[in-house]
Design a protein around this ligand. Structure first.
Ligand code: SAM
Length: 266
């Protein structure tokens, strides 16, 4: 299967899931973002973004979903913010949340990550990638090339992701057994048709979704294939996704998440 066929199929599956997420999340998010300065970001992300410094910065988020994280960065003091996502419905949700937050400096673009228009090149001080993005990317080298071209010289790339070791385990509720099912060293796409209702918890026969395990060293080396320098890398025990609740409470601690910061030369 070609990479563009993977991303096109995934777009259909995300579009199918978007109304379910809307029903679960939008009333609560609209209410929260009407409060000036509201942020949905956790302490780890907030602390690293404070260290990087977002005040007055231009920020892009790759695969921004409903924009809640980017609007939170804007509420921390960022200037122009642009979120990119392939799902038209999620982009519509992002625009609704931005309107509720009176965040007129937040824009949302519906496009495939690999097709972001050259007009955005060298436009951003900070590019963010958070929670549940890299596993959908069939080509990591190209992914980081996009992040690189969007950044201004001297810019920063921040990644806060679930650890690829987690992808080896079947998703599970708190009391369900931990089932190791996928090879950490096999990057070929896996296909799933159990849907993406990770907020409501229902399963449905979904359009096919293709996801990949990119091992930690592949993520770092793919980023370093560009002009980036690595300035921060931390593997963490914290559970940041909406899956693997079984892992959190059972057995020895695993790295469930990680943070990475790269800088682009001035
Ligand atoms: C799990 S969400 C992660 C985003 C955000 N951190 C969140 O928690 O909502 C994944 C998002 O990636 C988007 N996505 C997946 N593949 C994409 C691609 N090739 N181009 C653009 N967006 C993509 C989906 O539409 C979805 O909104």
């Amino acid at each position: 299967m070609k990479n563009d066929e993977i991303t096109a199929a995934n777009r259909v599956a995300w579009e199918e899931a978007a109304p379910l997420h809307r029903e679960q999340n939008m009333p609560r998010l609209l209410e929260r973002f009407r409060q000036p300065g509201y942020s949905c970001l956790d302490e780890i992300e907030t602390s690293i973004l404070n260290d990087i410094g977002v005040g007055g910065k231009s920020v892009a988020q790759l695969c921004c979903n409903n924009g809640r994280e980017l609007i939170s960065v804007r509420n921390m003091g960022a200037d122009r913010c642009v979120g990119f996502d392939g799902s038209a419905d999620f982009i519509a949700q992002a625009r609704e949340i931005a309107a509720a937050a009176s965040a007129s400096n937040c824009e949302f673009e519906c496009c495939d990550l690999y097709d972001i228009a050259p007009g955005f090149d060298a436009s951003f001080d900070l590019v963010t990638v958070t929670i549940g993005v890299l596993g959908w990317m069939p080509d990591l080298a190209e992914f980081f090339a996009v992040a690189d071209r969007l950044l201004k010289p001297g810019g920063t790339l921040f990644i806060y992701e679930q650890h690829p070791i987690m992808e080896m385990i079947e998703p599970g509720k708190q009391d369900e057994p931990v089932i190791w099912n996928y090879d950490y060293f096999d990057p070929t796409p896996n296909v799933d048709t159990e849907g993406l209702d990770y907020y409501g918890g229902s399963t449905y026969e979904s359009k096919p979704l293709y996801w990949m395990i990119h091992k930690m060293s592949d993520v770092i080396m793919a980023a370093l294939g560009n002009s980036f320098s690595l300035v921060h890398f931390e593997e963490r025990p914290g559970h940041i996704s909406n899956t693997w609740y079984n892992v959190e409470h059972q057995g020895p601690l695993l790295p469930m998440s990680y943070t990475l910061v790269f800088t682009k030369p001035s």
